[in-house]
Design a protein around this ligand. Sequence first.
Ligand code: PLP
Length: 418
Amino acid sequence: MADIFERLIKNYGPIGQYRERAHGYFAFPKLEGEIGSKMKFRGQEMIVWSLNNYLGLANHPEVRKADADASAKYGLALPMGARMMSGNSDLHEQLERELAVFEFKEDAILMNYGYQGIMSAIDALCGRHDVVVYDAECHACIIDGLRMIPGHRFVYKHNDVEDCEKQLIRAQALVDKQASGGILVITEGVFGMAGDQGKLKEIAALKKKVAFRLLVDDAHGFGTLGKTGAGAGEEQGCQDEIDLYFSTFAKSMASIGAFMAGPRTIIDYIRYNIRSQIFAKSLPMPYVVGNLKRLELLRSKPELKAKLWKNALALQNGLKEKGFDIGKTDSVVTPVYMKGGVEEATAMVMDIRENYKIFCSIVVYPVIPKGHIIYRLIPTADHTQEEIDLTLKAFSETKAKLDAGMYQSDMIPDMANK
Ligand SMILES: Cc1ncc(COP(=O)(O)O)c(C=O)c1O
């Protein structure tokens, strides 16, 4: 008989295998100080491009005051219990009503976290005869939700509307054969790695050919896209075609929690059947009050979204002018595609951090194919033009070193916190 623990420590997994050299530097780094475009990493001040604090709300004085006042007034305990049993409040319901209005939907339900919230919503929505058709690059929380359901799942190639239609036709044939079940399409408003918007309008148009319901995870579009900030559906002029709209508060709201908005009847169904909320303590009051304040600022301060886009376009255009490949982004998420091995990528990250004082996230094999490197830059409303210029200069210089083979090495540098 094999001991489970023994098996696990023989192989720490695709990223865990590097932990002895990487911990605290390439993985699990600690950014310290006030959240903003500059923070401290290992005691040095750096320009930070890794935080989804899109609108700069994390450290907005009104947000900090609302969070502090609510914590002083309510503490973290209130309300006790799950919403259904003893953990409901007027403020939870007010936040749901305000989110529904913001998203042009009838009703909304709060969730404690986005990840478990959407997983559990998928579980609540789908029965054994239903078929889910979903984008191949959906976030892990959607994939995990799909692992929970007994029905069929058909994946379509990323953002490929033709393939989506093909899978819808397969799904239709299956529900016809079963003489039972319906179809749910799941995609994202903005894909968080490449920054490309989901083709929501074109996918929604397929409803004319095959009947289905559309669920959109708009974690990165909420607050950043659309005239009022309502997200990718508003941006593309198809918000009404999205049957269920989901977003986390972890990005433009710089907070914790999530919500799903849609028709009153269906949100009520979810309210009474979503296991992750029924069997878990409700969001503490300071989060609810803090999220109400953040939503108020999303509505009342369009200048934050304008500043975010000004910075994003300055960064993206600057990168393009310098010959960088930033792929197909049509959101503020800014990937920079390069070629090189994992060892080269880590040496380049070290150079950028230690010598240029720039902190950004890097994605390498096995998350993406071997030989590719992606730098993922997240502009925010807090960044300045000077920080953008310094970053563009650092990227040009380090890319030249990469191309000249100056980072070549057969080892990942040992940068772990000892
Ligand atoms: C697309 C997407 N959905 C859901 C989540 C999970 O949200 P949360 O952090 O609230 O669990 C994330 C990451 O935060 C995400 O990027």
